[in-house]
Design a protein around this ligand. Structure first.
Ligand code: ZN
Ligand code: ZN
Length: 184
């Protein structure tokens, strides 16, 4: 642990491959590593702990709406009411990665069927709301929007993993191109 602590490049967002395992995953998914990042697996990281990293979120102004961002995993929490305000704004420039993600997501015809089957099979209540500490449900943003998000079952706030919010905004702004104006 002490040796790991000296690796300054190691963040909760780092990809790691635990000894004896084939799969790589994020460091934040490995609970025994969390003491390295000043967070713990328990929700004691202040008022707004990141649902992945458990470190405190920073309040930011996201296109005029209050939001809370994690500086490690770059996820962002937005209160229910603020989301439509963000979607209506049209002054965003999108990175190539976001455009690629949006195009890949909208091309998959059976995405919704597969997603719903997966939510049924796997536990969709994995994350804890950073605002009210209730469970968040993994779901599509709305039916017919091919972006998976985590929505709090109590306060309705939404957690967007890295690039999910930007991808949603891109699809929203280009919905005529992606959906022929249908589906919303
Ligand atoms: Zn985080
Ligand atoms: Zn909540």
């Amino acid at each position: 642990m002490e040796q790991l602590r000296r690796l300054t490049f190691l963040t909760p967002e780092s990809w790691i491959c635990p000894h004896g395992e084939q799969a790589v995953h994020h460091a934040y998914e490995q609970e025994d590593l969390m003491p390295l990042f000043g967070g713990t697996a328990d929700a004691d990281a202040g008022e707004h702990p990141c649902p992945h990293c458990r470190t405190g979120l920073t309040e930011v102004n996201y296109e005029g709406a209050p939001a809370w961002r994690c500086s490690y995993c770059e996820g962002i929490f937005v209160a229910d009411r603020a989301i439509s305000r963000i979607l209506i704004r049209r002054d965003m420039t999108f990175s190539e990665d976001v455009v690629r993600l949006a195009e890949a997501a909208t091309k998959q015809k059976d995405l919704f069927q597969k997603g719903r089957a997966r939510f049924k099979k796997e536990n969709p209540f994995i994350l804890t709301c950073p605002k009210c500490a209730n469970k968040m449900r993994r779901q599509f943003f709305v039916y017919s929007y091919p972006i998976e998000i985590d929505r709090c079952i109590s306060c309705g706030g939404v957690w967007f993993d890295k690039m999910e919010l930007e991808t949603l905004q891109y699809i929203y702004e280009h919905k005529d191109k992606f959906f022929d104006g249908r589906g919303f």
